[in-house]
Design a protein around this ligand. Structure first.
Ligand SMILES: [Fe+2]
Length: 200
């Protein structure tokens, strides 16, 4: 049947590769939970002077995503408000979660291999029904997907809206899976007449 079909109102998911960039971090970690990823106590990793190169390269990615792809005006600046290191050992995983008090989130993969586990992004409900209506399609396509998985490689940068739920499969690797995670918040003057906001 001749027809037009448009995937309206998509979730903008960005992937690029910037290569391996070394960074400095305090190896102190949050309390260990068995089979859960380890997170650094340090939550301002990218604000350290020693990590300026990585910070600048990641900011370029966020700016490209915001200004070139989403066409956000350049008087709005995307500030990195939290950044930390996540480490997965063998059998470690991360359960499904989203990132609060943030508009865009970024993951930079510093150390991964084929067995380190995929990251999974999940749509909370079918985009074509309400959240309380459940019909399972017989096959998935870009219009009815509820879950998408990616196997990252070293140097990958993923950017996605912070409210998008995601999880990480258990690692099967003997090597550590090390990533840098960062949350970004819009700073500046923006909004319509009745919703104007000025953030510095
Ligand atoms: Fe996350």
């Amino acid at each position: 049947m001749q027809h037009d079909l448009l995937p309206l109102f998509s979730v903008p998911f960005f992937r690029a590769n910037i290569g391996k960039i070394d960074f400095s971090w305090d190896k102190k970690q949050l309390p260990d939970n068995s089979n859960k990823s380890i997170q650094s106590v340090e939550q301002q990793l990218l604000n350290k002077q020693k990590n300026n190169l990585l910070n600048l390269e990641l900011q370029k990615c966020i700016d490209y995503y915001a200004y070139n792809i989403l066409k956000i005006p350049k008087n709005v600046f995307f500030k990195c408000v939290n950044s930390w290191v996540t480490v997965h050992r063998k059998n470690d995983s991360t359960s499904i979660h989203a990132h609060g008090n943030s508009i865009f989130s970024l993951i930079y993969y510093y150390s991964v291999d084929d067995l380190c586990g995929k990251i999974n992004f999940t749509c909370p409900f079918n985009t074509w029904t309400t959240g309380t209506f459940e019909v399972t399609p017989i096959e998935n396509n870009i219009l009815n997907l509820r879950s998408v998985s990616f196997k990252p490689i070293i140097g990958d940068v993923l950017i996605f809206p912070s409210h998008l739920p995601h999880s990480v499969d258990p690692s099967q690797s003997d090597n550590l899976r090390i990533s840098v995670v960062a949350n970004y918040f819009p700073i500046g003057d923006y909004g319509p007449l009745t919703g104007q906001i000025s953030l510095r």
